[in-house]
Design a protein around this ligand. Structure first.
Ligand SMILES: NC(=O)c1ccc[n+]([C@@H]2O[C@H](COP(=O)([O-])OP(=O)(O)OC[C@H]3O[C@@H](n4cnc5c(N)ncnc54)[C@H](OP(=O)(O)O)[C@@H]3O)[C@@H](O)[C@H]2O)c1
Length: 241
């Protein structure tokens, strides 16, 4: 499916590495101007420089800013900065996420808050600021990066499962709330992806970050009358247990 986002602006949270970085690249390839954030400002800056080199000569804009989706002030400033840099967003990809994998007895209150406030609270905060801007532009897309851990619990997943199960419900409610105003909300649930995420080891059998970015592109490429609201991404041939 051909995706043409010329003239559109996108914001990707957690776009400095991993899945978010692949999504940033895919949106740039489709012709969008893209802003992204991460907590580590140096990593964000490095990613902006690399991408600016790769997409040099294009008219689109590539911007990055240190921002923490756990903080209301930081998120508000992120959106105000984006207003000045490129306007929008037409597309918000809520990708920033963390994992701490312990049972509830071992899990400290700060670890619980880290996971919930990033994976769930961050989606609320960014969407809260994005929806009024999208309304003013006549519509938009919000794509939430969930996980198959939002459908299937596992030992040690109390906080992560809670955040991602919550995100599936939140995404569906958002979809019902906003589709009549031209804002389409989708949630993508990848299985294991080959990034440095959480406790996961890098492994060839996992799906690539680019595969998730391609799923985002496929959702965005749907005809306007159709909304793909939930995508489960599984490995075609997982290792046999
Ligand atoms: N990897 C997998 O197997 C897998 C599977 C299913 C779903 N997912 C989901 O996919 C998303 C991306 O995961 P990934 O594997 O790409 O992880 P990753 O490689 O660790 O990248 C996470 C990104 O999020 C940013 N981030 C983390 N906390 C943030 C915060 N509070 N505010 C702003 N940015 C923040 C990180 O930058 P800083 O650290 O500098 O903030 C980084 O850019 C997550 O939502 C994750 O739950 C991953």
């Amino acid at each position: 499916m051909k995706l043409d986002l010329t003239g559109k602006t996108a914001l990707v949270t957690g776009g400095s590495r991993g899945i978010g970085r692949a999504i940033v690249e895919r949106l740039l390839q489709a012709g969008a101007s893209v802003a992204f954030c991460g907590r580590d400002g140096e990593q964000v800056e490095r990613a902006v420089l690399e991408l600016s080199g790769r997409f040099a000569g294009e008219t689109l804009k590539i911007r990055g800013r240190a921002a923490d989706v756990r903080s209301e002030v930081s998120v508000r400033e992120l959106f105000e900065w984006m207003d000045l840099e490129m306007g929008g967003p037409d597309i918000l990809v809520n990708n920033a996420g963390v994992g701490v994998f312990k049972d509830v007895a071992a899990l400290g209150p700060e670890e619980w808050n880290l996971v919930i406030e990033t994976n769930l609270g961050g989606v609320y905060r960014c969407s809260h600021h994005a929806v009024p801007r999208m309304r003013a532009r006549g519509g938009g897309w919000i794509v939430n990066i969930g996980s198959l851990a939002g459908r299937n619990a596992f030992a040690g997943g109390a906080a992560y499962n809670a955040s991602k199960f919550g995100l599936v419900g939140m995404s569906e409610a958002m979809m019902l709330d906003h589709r009549h105003e031209g804002i389409r909300v989708a949630c993508i649930l990848p299985g294991s992806v080959n990034t440095g995420f959480g406790r996961g080891e890098a492994a060839e059998w996992k799906m690539a970050p680019e595969d998730v970015a391609e799923a985002v592109a496929a959702v965005l490429a749907m005809p306007e009358r159709t909304l793909v609201s939930l995508v489960e991404m599984r490995l075609s041939r997982p290792p046999k247990k």
